[in-house]
Ligand binder design. Structure first.
Ligand code: TPP
Length: 563
């Protein structure tokens, strides 16, 4: 190049601090929201987010809540959830909630930090130092990464996002020491968007599966959370002759009002009778959890096929005739392509699904007395208006919320798969951020709400469109029931002081309405939906009375019955 001609700008190397690069890469990847708690150790990143103005940062009251928000955001938006914490205690605070994200396989990027690199991993008593932080993060993550220096910042960030989003998706931890956040990095010549790969099964496996299906007269699909994106092929297969049943997390993969879908009534006596008729059960993207299979004691069909993106899942809980390693949506689509337009299946069997479901629903509803109105109104409004429905672990959800309240689409359902209480309120904030044009409905108990009460303020601060339906029995109702049934009525440690929630709500400017008569629920709920901003509807269970049937927790005992 001769001296007179200017250097083309494309060849001019540009640099920026790693904190800026991270914020830029997240925005380039389509991230619109991040959740977290600010700290000196993450300020270079949060300051860059502020200056760039491309991402809305939602400050939570604690890292546990922030992780739940990012998790629910990921589930409802079907995109990457991002949580930003500080090193040490802050990262530890997020760990319990990250266990839930890991259980649910949520694509969450947990950006956390480290002390300055010269002191890192050396246990030299620097403030905020935790020598075993990587070990802790690895235990609750699908994958763990550290950005050691500015040179690798872009590639490691891309790798972390890609790992979170690629099936089997899950939370990924990314540690960035605070001095590295300030170092200058080269701005890559192209945005480092995540590389999400679809796991295509081997054609031989799909052909073997198609052979089994063609021979079957009463084939069923068992759809789990891993099949949430497989609605199109799953609905197609049901239209061709399959019947379906779902886990709680796989609800609405096939429409909840499809007469050939048993829904999440997967453990009733009628369900067992159907499985005993079923000659081929194809389990797609499901862990066959103990609390949905009576600890694997339910018989699931004469032949069992499992489809999973995680190769290590094959035959983990049930012996299988065939394991197909592949993405659920991709595998079911390839299966459909290998099958005739109409399967030669048993119509009597297909017709038996709806009555079985109706029996399960009727039995469930009879046990809800006097709260049928709460269940019926939620069922109707949530389904008809396609609302996100977030559930904490409480009697109301273990009975009707998790199966009777219908969902319009799989991504609209958010609940604690791991059974941990206390995440509902924060999850509702994340769900509302993902779908601001709709009211998010959050059904929770007083015990669960107390775990993360502070996040109610986050909901108000961000003017989230949420209706909190609080079933207040002033107790850990589930625990009290178990103590009555299994510990000779020795109720203990389950009646903790709870505040007057109307005063809590008033003190933070949260609209609150207490329901003392269940007949008021329908009108109060519709008024809450029509109100702008968050609303708490407190159902006073002490005034209304107990459920007709007591819920005593998930099945007890060791796993491993179905052999
Ligand atoms: C993180 C966590 N701690 C403890 C438990 C045990 N546990 C299960 S249900 C429950 C009570 C929940 O109380 P509340 O939210 O008031 O709902 P209710 O049982 O009254 O319907 C407790 C403590 C749990 N599941 N998760």
């Amino acid at each position: 190049m001769d001296e007179a001609s200017p250097t083309p700008s494309v060849l001019l190397r540009q640099e920026e601090p790693v904190g800026d690069l991270i914020a830029r890469m997240l925005a380039d990847a389509g991230v619109t929201h991040a959740f977290g708690v600010i700290s000196i150790h993450n300020m270079p990143i949060l300051d860059a987010i502020l200056r760039q103005g491309r991402i809305t940062f939602v400050p939570a009251r604690g890292e546990a809540g922030a992780m739940n928000m990012a998790d629910a955001f990921a589930r409802v938006s079907q995109s990457l959830g991002v949580v930003i914490t500080s090193t040490g205690t802050a990262a530890g605070n997020a760990a319990g909630s990250q266990v839930e994200a890991l259980t649910a396989g949520s694509p969450v990027l947990h950006i956390t930090t480290q002390i300055d690199t010269p002191w890192m991993d050396r246990d030299r008593a620097a403030i905020h130092d935790v020598p075993h932080q990587p070990g802790m993060l690895k235990a609750v993550s699908k994958a763990y990464f550290r950005i050691w220096d500015a040179m690798s910042a872009a590639s490691v960030t891309k790798a972390a996002m890609s790992a979170a989003l690629s099936a089997p998706s899950g939370p990924v931890s990314l540690e960035i020491p605070v001095d590295v956040q300030r170092q200058n990095a080269i701005i890559p010549a192209a945005p480092g968007r995540p590389l999400v790969q679809t796991l295509k099964p081997q054609i031989g496996d799909v052909e073997a599966l198609a052979t089994l299906v063609r021979a079957a007269k009463r084939p069923m699909l068992w759809l789990g959370g891993g099949a949430r994106k497989a609605s199109t092929p799953a609905r197609d297969l049901v239209a061709r002759g399959f019947c379906a049943v779902t886990s709680t997390n796989g609800r609405a993969v096939v429409a909840e009002d499809d007469p050939h879908n048993l829904g999440a009534y997967n453990m009733t006596p009628e369900a067992q009778a159907i499985y005993d008729q079923c000659d081929l059960m194809i389990v797609a993207g499901s862990r066959l959890r103990g609390n949905e299979t009576r600890n694997n004691a339910m018989r699931l069909g004469q032949r069992l096929v499992q489809i999973d993106a995680d190769a290590s899942q094959g035959g983990r809980n049930y012996p299988v005739d065939l394991f197909v390693h592949g993405d659920a949506a991709c595998t079911l689509s390839m299966l459909a392509a290998n099958l005739p337009a109409k399967l030669d299946t048993d119509e009597t069997f297909r017709k038996s699904i709806l009555p079985a479901r109706q029996k399960g629903e009727a039995r469930l509803r009879a046990g809800l007395k006097p709260y049928e109105a709460v269940a019926d109104i939620l069922r109707q409004r949530v389904f008809e208006n396609a609302l996100p429905f977030v559930r904490d672990v409480t009697v109301a959800n273990s009975t009707f919320g998790n199966r009777y309240v219908s969902l319009a689409a799989p991504h609209l359902g958010v609940h604690a798969l791991g059974g941990g209480i206390g995440m509902g309120a924060a999850m509702a904030v994340g769900a509302a951020a993902a779908m601001p044009s709709k009211k998010t409905i959050c059904l929770l108990g007083d015990g669960g709400l107390m775990v993360n009460l502070g996040e109610l303020a986050s909901a108000v601060d961000n003017n989230c469109e949420i209706v909190f339906v609080l079933m207040n029995d002033q107790a850990y109702g589930v625990i009290a029931n178990i103590q009555d049934a299994q510990y000779a009525n020795r109720q203990a440690y389950c009646r903790l002081l709870t505040p007057d929630f109307s005063l809590v709500a008033k003190s933070i400017g949260l609209t609150h309405h207490r329901i003392n008569d269940v007949r008021e629920f329908a009108a109060a709920f519709d008024a809450a939906i029509a109100t702008s901003g968050p609303v708490m509807l407190e159902v006073n269970m002490l005034a209304i009375g107990p459920y007709a049937e007591r819920f005593g927790g998930p099945p007890a005992g060791a796993a491993g019955g179905a052999r």
